[in-house]
Ligand binder design. Structure first.
Ligand SMILES: Nc1ncnc2c1ncn2[C@@H]1O[C@H](COP(=O)(O)OP(=O)(O)OP(=O)(O)O)[C@@H](O)[C@H]1O
Ligand SMILES: [Mg+2]
Length: 144
């Protein structure tokens, strides 16, 4: 499964996140890859909206994990940008988050991809084009 789209506004990026979220059933891990400011957090706002999480989504750059538990599925939003080492990752106790009934969306997740579950990985890529539009693509990677 592979999809790509062009987004010319933050609203459109949130809409794409919302569209992807309609297909989530729990147990998925989204690896969000793209430059600073390319729209990863905006996309997660769309995910959270479709899942009916009521708390406003903010960037977990400094706190590393934000938990949104009041929606259709629990959503765990992580940002590995500032993670430097495996021991810091161990402190997050990630296994608590990778559960069959929840969704993890991880900005900069590719940094520690080998520490993530192997099944139901959705890779989402964000590329800023010359005209400032964002090319957003996603594909399901299932290694089972
Ligand atoms: N088409 C677009 N989609 C998403 N954001 C856009 C778009 N056009 C402009 N923007 C702006 O780009 C910024 C995207 O910020 P966002 O926090 O989502 O980026 P990010 O990928 O999460 O960055 P970081 O790696 O720093 O966390 C916002 O300020 C938003 O208003
Ligand atoms: Mg972000």
């Amino acid at each position: 499964v592979k999809q790509t789209a062009i987004s010319i506004s933050p609203e459109q990026t949130r809409e794409l996140g919302s569209t992807l979220a309609t297909n989530l059933a729990g147990g998925e891990t989204l690896i969000l890859t793209g430059d600073l400011g390319s729209g990863k957090t905006e996309f997660v706002k769309g995910l959270a909206g479709q899942l009916h999480c009521t708390t406003q989504v903010t960037s977990p750059t400094f706190t590393l994990v934000h938990e949104y538990r009041d929606g259709r599925l629990p959503l765990f939003h992580m940002d590995f940008y500032r993670l430097q080492s495996e021991s810091e990752l161990d402190e997050l106790a990630l296994d608590n988050y990778f559960r069959g009934d929840s969704v993890c969306a991880i900005e900069w997740g590719e940094k520690f991809a080998y520490r993530l579950p192997v099944n139901s990985i959705i890779q989402v890529s964000f590329t800023i084009a010359a005209d400032q539009s964002r090319q957003i693509g996603w594909r399901l990677v299932d290694c089972r």
